[in-house]
Ligand binder design. Structure first.
Ligand code: GDD
Length: 346
C-alpha cells in the first residue's frame, strides 16, 4: 500500500530445501523501505519473479511496473523514487485519499484475487500496523488488545485489517495481517523521525548543519530493524494456517533517547534545557544548540506510546528480532554520514 507499507501476495509453500516452491511475489509500496528489503529477501529465498507495484503517495495514478528481477542483485535495479511528502501531513490533510489507498486499496487487491479465482492459490500479506492501537488500551499491546486508531491512516488501516479477516473467513483465502510496530533502517523515508534524526546528526557531524527541529520529544516507540521485520512477513506466509501476529521488539524508547544515542555515536553529549516549545538540546562539549522544538511537527492527535508483545510470534513462527536499538541507531547514523559525505545535498 502507500506510505512505506509493503503488502505481498505470494504463493509461498516451502520445499524441503527451505526455498519457496512457487515463485511469484507481488509487492506494493515498493518505494518504501519494506518493499525493497522484502524484494531482496524473497529473491534470496529463491523466488524467481518479484513484481513491484508503485503507489505514488502524491498522485492517485498508480504506475504499475513489472520488473523481472531474475537473479539480479537489488543494486542492479533502477527504481524511480517519487517525491515523498510528510506521511502524516498526507494522512491528516488528505484523509479521503488515505482511506482510498490504505483501506479500500486492500479490498481492491482482495477482490482481484477472488475475481480471478485465485483464492486457493494466493497467499496474501497485509502490512498492518501498531497505529491500530493508537490511544493504547493495554500495555504492552498484543493480538487481543482492543484497537483505538488516532489518525486517518490508523482508521484506514483498521478497515484493511478487518477486510483481510473477512476474506479469510468468508472465502477461505490464506490472508494474514502482520501488525508491525515501527521498523527503521538507513532506507527509511527522511520524514520519519528516526531518519530525520540520523540525517541531521550526520550533517551536524560533518559540519553541514548546525541545528534541526523536532516535534514531540517524549513520544515513545517500539523500534526494530526493517530487515528483521520482512523476515516475519515471509514466515507468516509459510505457515499451514493463516494467523495474524504482532511483530515488535518489546522495548520502548523515546524520541529524546533516539536523539541522545545518535549524537553520542558521533561523540556529542546532548543536555536538555527549557520546557515544551522552549526546550533545546545543547551539546555539552561545544555549548552549541543542535535541537529545537517546533510545534509544527506536533500532530492533531498523537500516539504517545507504543510497545508490542510479540511472544505469540516467537512461539508459533519462531520469530524474534536480531538487531538491538543501539545497533539500529548506529547503523542509521553511520549510513547517513557516508551518504552526506559523498553527497551533502542528499
Ligand atoms: N515524523 C516526525 N517528525 N515525527 C516526530 C517528529 C518529527 O519531527 N518529532 C517527534 N515525532 C514523533 C511523532 O509525533 C511520533 O509520535 C513519533 O515521533 C514517531 O513518528 P514517525 O517516525 O513519523 O512514525 P509513526 O510512529 O507515526 O508511524 C510509523 O510507524 C507505524 C507503525 O506503528 C509509520 O511507519 C507508519 O506507517 C507505521 O504504520
Amino acid at each position: 500500500m502507500a506510505q512505506c507499507a509493503a503488502a505481498a501476495a505470494t504463493s509461498g509453500d516451502v520445499n524441503g530445501d527451505g526455498k519457496t516452491k512457487r515463485k511469484v511475489a507481488i509487492i506494493t509500496g515498493i518505494t518504501g523501505q519494506d518493499g525493497s528489503y522484502l524484494a531482496e529477501f524473497l529473491l534470496a529465498k529463491g523466488m524467481r519473479r518479484v513484481i513491484l507495484v508503485f503507489c505514488n503517495v502524491l498522485t492517485v495514478t498508480r504506475l504499475n511496473t513489472e520488473i523481472d528481477l531474475g537473479n539480479a542483485a537489488h543494486d542492479d535495479i533502477t527504481i524511480p523514487y517519487p517525491t515523498v511528502q510528510c506521511v502524516w501531513q498526507i494522512s491528516f490533510d488528505l484523509a479521503e485519499y488515505t482511506a482510498d489507498v490504505d483501506g479500500v486499496g486492500t479490498l481492491r487487491l482482495l477482490d482481484a484475487v477472488k475475481t480471478c479465482g485465485l483464492t486457493d492459490t494466493v497467499r496474501f500479506y497485509q502490512a498492518s500496523t501498531s497505529e491500530l492501537y493508537g490511544k493504547v488500551q493495554e500495555i504492552p499491546q498484543k493480538e487481543t488488545t482492543p484497537f483505538y486508531p488516532r489518525s486517518p491512516y490508523g482508521a484506514a488501516k483498521l478497515y484493511a485489517y478487518w477486510i483481510v479477516v473477512n476474506f479469510r473467513e468468508a472465502y477461505n483465502l490464506f490472508a494474514v495481517n502482520g501488525i508491525l510496530f515501527n521498523h527503521e533502517s538507513p532506507r527509511r523515508g527522511s520524514n520519519f523521525v528516526t531518519r530525520k534524526i540520523s540525517r541531521s546528526v550526520a550533517k551536524i557531524h560533518l559540519g553541514q548543519l548546525q541545528c534541526f527541529s523536532l516535534g514531540n520529544l517524549d513520544s515513545k516507540r517500539d523500534w526494530g530493524h526493517a530487515k528483521d521485520y520482512v523476515e516475519a512477513m515471509w514466515l507468516m506466509l509459510q505457515q499451514e494456517e493463516p494467523i495474524d501476529f504482532v511483530i515488535a521488539t518489546g522495548e520502548v524508547h523515546s524520541v529524546r533517547e533516539f536523539v541522545e544515542k545518535a549524537f553520542k555515536h558521533v561523540g556529542k553529549t546532548i543536555v536538555w534545557e527549557g520546557k515544551n516549545e522552549e526546550e533545546v538540546g545543547r551539546c555539552q562539549e561545544t555549548g552549541e544548540i543542535h535541537v529545537k522544538v517546533d510545534p509544527k511537527y506536533y500532530r492533531p492527535t498523537e500516539v504517545d506510546f507504543l510497545q508490542g508483545d510479540s511472544s505469540k510470534a516467537l512461539k508459533i513462527i519462531g520469530w524474534k528480532p536480531r538487531v538491538t536499538f543501539e545497533e539500529l541507531v548506529k547503523e542509521m547514523v553511520d549510513a547517513d554520514i557516508e551518504l552526506m559525505r559523498n553527497n551533502p545535498n542528499a
